[in-house]
Ligand binder design. Structure first.
Ligand code: 13P
Length: 235
């Protein structure tokens, strides 16, 4: 399974290094065979040797250049980073990234062979408007995206479940994931208020190939417990 933590704008460079060091100790001690990804803040990116894969939360679709506040491929190459998160709901709804820009990033980073964790998800009012409208909304998030890209992981993260403690029911997650699997055979993660207390149930669902965790993964011990849950399910 794929177990990912999105640290968002949390943990400084020093704290991130401590986090990764604790994580690596755990991965080795428990001989974890799950795919573990960590997405630190841009300023906390660094070279990393170990089992966990480090990815960028964002980067501009350019080698470098006049893109104030952004980083380019050059800055990822410096640390050997070949993994990127694209389309996260906070970038769509808080920062205001359009599907057009998101598709440009996807095109750019897929051509470079990056592992892409591509996020989709609907706001609450869309979910409340019924299944047909919701699927239509999610379909639009596949516009300009190569759903057959070989190095693709999709993360379904309902916007209203992110950082709120709310989640869809297990049945809702399972049936939506079954629908989404028809659009792409890429591994499909669930994200949105995953925590130690619900991780086992979520990971056990059909068509859930892993999780993308925010707040509950900020404490490395908790993230490790979630990884161990995944490992135990597979043993
Ligand atoms: P929370 O786990 O805090 O709900 O965040 C999920 C998320 O946005 C991961 O990308």
């Amino acid at each position: 399974m794929i177990i990912a933590s999105n640290l968002k704008a949390n943990l400084t460079r020093v704290k991130t290094a401590e986090y990764l060091s604790e994580l690596e100790k755990f991965l080795s001690a428990k001989n974890i065979s799950q795919e573990v990804l960590v997405f630190p803040a841009s300023s906390s990116l660094d070279a990393h040797a170990g089992r966990a894969i480090i990815g960028a939360q964002n980067a501009y679709p350019a080698q470098n250049g006049a893109f104030t506040g952004e980083i380019g491929v050059e800055h990822l190459d410096e640390f050997g980073i070949k993994t990127i998160l694209i389309g996260h709901s906070e970038r769509r709804h808080v920062i205001g990234e359009s599907q057009k820009l998101i598709a440009q990033k996807f095109d750019f980073y897929s051509k470079l062979g990056f592992k892409i964790v591509y996020c989709i998800g609907e706001p609450l009012e869309v979910r409340k408007s019924g299944n047909e409208k919701m699927m239509h909304y999610l379909d639009a998030q596949y516009e300009g995206i190569d759903a057959n890209y070989e190095n693709l992981i999709i993360a379904y993260e309902p916007v209203w479940a992110i950082g709120t403690g709310l989640t869809p029911t297990l049945e809702e997650i399972e049936s939506l994931h079954a629908e989404l699997k028809k659009k792409s055979h890429a591994p499909l993660l669930y994200g949105g208020s995953v925590k130690i207390t619900n991780v086992k149930e979520v990971l056990a669902l059909d068509n859930v190939d892993g999780i993308l965790v925010g707040s509950a993964a900020l404490k490395v011990e908790d993230f490790c417990m979630m990884i161990e849950s995944a490992q135990n399910l597979e043993n």
